[in-house]
Design a protein around this ligand. Sequence first.
Ligand SMILES: [Zn+2]
Length: 221
Amino acid sequence: MTSIKHHPKTETLAAYAAGALDEARAVVIATHLDLCDACRAAARDFEALGGVCLEAAEPAPMKEGALERFWLRAGGARAERAPASTRAANDFDLGLARPLSAYLKGGLDAVQWRRIGPGMEQCVLDAQGYRKGVLRLLKIAPGVRLPKHSHGGEELTLILRGAYEDEIGEFRRGDLADLDDEDTHSPCAIGEEPCVCLIAASAPLRFKGLAGKIVQPFIGL
Ligand SMILES: [Zn+2]
């Protein structure tokens, strides 16, 4: 049993199962799935559905050598990305969960944090996304609140350690916030330990107040 309360939207899971997410968002979703039985089952259903659709589709001729090129690329990707895997469990370190471990050498405790503001540190991870720096870890000290902001596009946030609360509710380890450009929030880290999140965002944040707008160029969010 897990105590996860916040999950990806159905359409995000479907896009993940169809392989339609960019690398950054796929890492966030895959890390959530490593912990969340319900979403893992849903993603499997979507994959099965996709298989049925493929079987029903009219066959189309492939270019000569397409299959060889596919295996060449797939083989290369497999060699690069083979992560040292630890099966996630309730008392696990989410930083060692399978998908994320490929991006974190030495786990969450070895992360080189860069201070971006009072009580805020970040580490940009090397993943291909819509734009550079799209996959990042953010660490917020207890009691620190991010200025009120919306999102220029979609944002997936997975809680790895600690917790935060915002206008939507409380988010704890394993919870995933699947936000779009309509959502405005001002998350505040709660509890004793810093809140560490894994974030994939398709566009920079849009801060609401003057203070946030002044701070933005400095913190680079
Ligand atoms: Zn879930």
